[in-house]
Design a binder for this molecule. Sequence first.
Ligand code: ME8
Length: 516
Amino acid sequence: MSDRYYITTPIYYVNDKPHIGHAYTTLACDAIARFMRLDGREVFFLTGTDEHGQKVEKAAADAGMKPQEFTDRVAQNFRDLAKAMNFSHDDFIRTTEQRHVAASQAIWRALEKSGDIYLDSYGGWYAVRDEAFYGESELTAGPDGKKIAPSGAPVEWVEEPSYFFKLSAWQDRLLKFYADNPKFILPESRRNEVVSFVRSGLHDLSISRTSFKWGVPVPSDEKHIMYVWLDALTNYITAVGYPDAKHPLWKFWPADIHVVGKDILRFHAVYWPAFLMSAGIAPPKRVFAHGWWTNEGQKISKSLGNIIDPLKLIATYGLDQTRYFLLREVPFGNDGDFSHKAMVARINAELANGIGNLAQRTLSFIAKNCAGKLPAPGALSDADKAMLGAARGLLSAMRAAMAVQELHKALGDWVDVVVRANQYIDAEAPWTLRKTNPKRMETVLWVLAETLRHLGVLILPVAPQAGNALLDQLAVAQADRVFARLGEGGALKDGTALPAPQGIFPRFVEAESKAG
Ligand code: ME8
């Protein structure tokens, strides 16, 4: 296992304010990045904004602004969101930066050198909303009888001189690449879709336009602007120093994973590895496509007016609660529905009644009955050993799940230990032992505290504030809040004074009942 880990989000179009979908992808990456850091890896986590192309040019014109001014403003919304969501990215790339223009022109030259670029003219359908070309056979009639793309985006007929990339020549090499790297595309069902798409035959790809200006000029022919997807995908290598092979960050390439929504899988799993192989650069190790969020059963769209603002979610439910819900509710890779009811159910059952209650019962009992100091364990019973075994076994289960991006499964394993610990405290009943067998009570409390230490450290990737608040209450030193300290080696020391306990996850109470 390499000790480096490079993870990326898509770079988001700066045509509009960020919504829950954008927050979701970056959140998943943030949880994975934090997990890998806590597991001792050297992580590089990249996010950013996609600022060129017709879609952004049009949004700027609609706002009555110059593209650069407009993108400066909207890119700031994405940075603000990242701060509010407590994302831990190492770099935030904007495709209008000089380093990126240089890298995009460098990859163009590399493709040209390999003989994969030729000049011709393009006549076909283009959807500005998707920044994508579509074949006639992919189109259907929209509600007003006009042609629409499979995504629902309107299309327009485009006819102009264009440079092409010889994608058709890469079909067999791509199929071989997928066969040799069976986990390159996850989840499995998505991989099958991509493989059958490539098997059905690839057309050469138009990679330049002459009908608008907002983009990276083709280096050898400045009348042409590079296709925004070739420019955008290149961000993943720009950030690690391309084309400078001596750049200190180049050691991170190839990326371990690009996390994307299912809408843009084809660009990442077909075009991108073909561009890279043609340019003589290793393809990334994995592309993971997650599913689509709906709002109370409805597609999220501006025209329906049901966009979910992540900042509002944080204000209503709390930051770590929102982070936890989004990653726990839906198997990563599947589509999911956001509903207030589901959010409240998760917060109350698993956070408030689950870990919150467990921590509160254990810590306030220690505060009252052990003079606020960690008690010493005596001989361990089978039940104690089983409890500790479950807590200490959690890291390897979560690691296995995270290695294939089963974030929901990692959280499910974590919740299982919470449930088990609540059963353990009920069965061992320290409140009874206090009178009948105080030494045994101390052992039970120590086992619970040690279990809480594991639960606190292992929830840090998803709920960093709450996890740290729990570890503060167990007096775990900052340096010990890493996976290497889990297990027996980093066990809590008896006699350590603990601060006064404080609730970590309050119950969510509906506004009406609060008032009543
Ligand atoms: O496609 N549910 O940018 P974009 C889940 N610039 N995820 C969602 C979502 C939803 N309802 N809506 C959006 C682009 N997303 C290009 C990418 S990468 C080199 C260039 C997320 O602003 C999801 O990750 O349209 C999706 O892939 C991404 O936002 C699209 O963002």
